[in-house]
Design a protein around this ligand. Structure first.
Ligand code: DQA
Length: 145
């Protein structure tokens, strides 16, 4: 059984009610349902969310220690957290896929969102497709041995 960690950063626990014009009206429970339905039977989907940078970093260590592929929406940490980037680099340097995802297209938004300090060490980046950004990342991960 393979486990995919789906890690979500700050304020994503408010999906459903947070800026629905930008992020839609579905919540994390619905994201989990969508991904479980899309995953093959032998893949476990573990969706988590935290507002805490340290907790997110420790989950990335867990991914390294257990060789779990990661779908990471770093949320606002995307734009400035070098600590998160360094932890995410541990994942990809270990040869484990880590796909950075965004619900919105940050490049079509405020200038501060145009920079990601994570993208350069991610396996790939998918943004702007709503929850389908996660589903597309999962498609890639399940096809990667
Ligand atoms: C986000 C985009 C970020 O700029 C923002 O801070 C978020 C969500 C997205 O999924 O579109 O919290 O990562």
């Amino acid at each position: 059984m393979r486990t995919v960690l789906v890690l979500n950063g700050p304020n994503l626990g408010r999906l459903g009610s947070r800026e629905p014009d930008v992020y839609g009206s579905a919540d994390l429970a619905q994201l989990r349902t969508l991904l479980v339905a899309a995953a093959p039977e032998d893949v476990t989907i573990d969706v988590r969310q935290t507002d805490d940078e340290a907790e997110l970093i420790h989950w990335l260590y867990e991914a390294v220690d257990n060789a779990h592929p990661v779908i990471l929406n770093p949320a606002a940490f995307t734009h400035y957290s070098y600590a998160l980037r360094d932890a995410a680099a541990l994942v990809t340097k270990a040869g484990i896929p880590l796909v950075e995802v965004h619900i919105s297209n940050p490049h079509a938004r405020e200038t501060f969102r145009h920079t990601s300090v994570v993208s350069a060490i991610a396996t790939g980046v998918i943004a702007g497709f709503g929850f389908d950004s996660y589903r597309l990342a999962l498609d890639y991960i399940v096809r990667t041995p």
